[in-house]
Design a protein. Structure first.
Length: 370
């Protein structure tokens, strides 16, 4: 990190001796072995280079943005560019972000402690799990604004997305009927911290939840509960306002001796079939409109100066009665110099998609910050 920062600073200084902007370059890399839910073993490697850009105005407001070049663990060597879709304004204890953001549509959810490749890639080369429980908005991101600040000792966060259906954040329809918003507050109370939040979408989806954080023993315990109201069209298994339909027509012909004649070449039978698939933008799993309830807990602690341990538990059940339970464990040890090794494990039991099943996935490897 330091060498890259020095190089970037030298390049910037070469263009202008009076430059006041800060340019930083950092990076990361990871290599891991993953055994997914089906028992398949995968060796994964990924890396990224991250550019941070910032400047400070005469009245003390810091403006920043960032860009990245990333090869993900499932990218098959294809580098992709990311970032650059938001600007952050910070000053006087408040931070304003304008651009591509997400609303906090799962308030009160505290589970999920795995890191590294297992968390970054939950598909065919990751955990392999895909549950049948809908527990988040169909779409929660897009062009918008968010604000985080503090007042009377409480931390406050507000987010508003103008149009979640927009395919590009280069513009936004502020009169869209696909807007989403969220509000959250966290208040310290002695040895405890209480957090609560709400979220809503123009489609009728909504969420509310809260969590409690406390120091227990040598670590930190978090307990949370959230409830999401899903808007589902049960007849088509789709979320209202987010319908996508794919129709596939297949026509074939077969030639044969259909009536035991001596000339089968003059007989042709046409076989045709039309299949229509209904789904939603994010593949909603629920078939019945109603509430999904999620209970979660997490505990983390330092085993020594270089080793950390974390575990979490989550149980979710939707209005259809489908549910699942997830249990995570993560152990990480620092090797110094920005390098660390880790072991992650996930176990899921309950209702999962046909292509996935109950079971466990685990991964171990090393991650490096440059």
């Amino acid at each position: 990190m330091k060498k890259l920062t020095y190089l970037a600073s030298a390049i910037a200084a070469g263009f202008s001796a009076n430059a006041v902007a800060d340019v930083s370059v950092s990076g990361s890399g990871n290599a891991a072995y993953i055994s997914d839910a089906s028992g398949n073993g995968n060796v994964t490697v990924g890396s990224s280079v991250d550019f941070g850009l910032s400047t400070t105005t005469a009245n003390g407001i810091t403006i920043s943005t960032g860009l990245s070049i990333t090869v993900t663990v499932d990218g098959d060597g294809a580098a992709t560019a990311g970032g650059g879709q938001s600007l952050t304004f910070a000053g006087d204890g408040a931070t304003l972000v304008v651009g591509d953001i997400s609303v906090a549509d799962t308030p009160g959810s505290v589970a999920g402690v795995i890191g590294g490749a297992l968390a970054e890639n939950e598909g065919s080369k990751g955990t392999g799990f895909d549950t049948d429980v809908a527990e988040a908005f169909d779409d929660d991101d897009g062009m918008g604004v968010s604000l985080s600040t503090s007042a009377a000792g409480a931390s406050i966060s507000v987010a508003y997305v103008f149009d979640t259906a927009a395919t590009s954040n280069s513009f936004a329809n502020v009169d869209s009927t696909n807007a989403a918003s969220s509000f959250g507050v966290s208040v310290p109370m002695g040895d405890f911290s209480i957090s609560a939040g709400v979220a809503s979408h123009d489609s009728g989806e909504s969420a509310a939840g809260g969590s409690v954080t406390a120091a227990i023993g040598a670590g930190t315990l978090k307990i949370g509960y959230s409830q999401q109201t899903m808007v589902i069209d049960a007849s088509a298994d789709q979320t209202s306002g987010f319908t996508s339909t794919l129709a596939t027509d297949t026509t074939t012909s077969a030639t044969g001796d259909m009536d035991a004649s001596l000339n089968p070449a003059d007989e042709t039978v046409d076989v045709s079939a039309t299949t229509t698939f209904f789904n939603t933008e994010s593949g909603q799993d629920a078939d019945i409109a109603g509430d999904t309830s999620v209970f979660s807990a997490a505990y983390s602690m330092a085993l020594d100066a270089d080793t950390s341990f974390a575990t979490s538990y989550k149980n979710a059940q939707d209005a259809e009665g489908e549910s699942y339970t997830q249990f995570d464990v993560s152990i990480s040890r620092s090797l110094g110099g920005g390098a660390s090794v880790y072991i992650d494990m996930v176990n899921i039991s309950g209702d999962t998609d046909v292509t996935a099943h109950d079971g466990s996935a685990f991964g171990f490897g090393t991650s490096v910050s440059f």
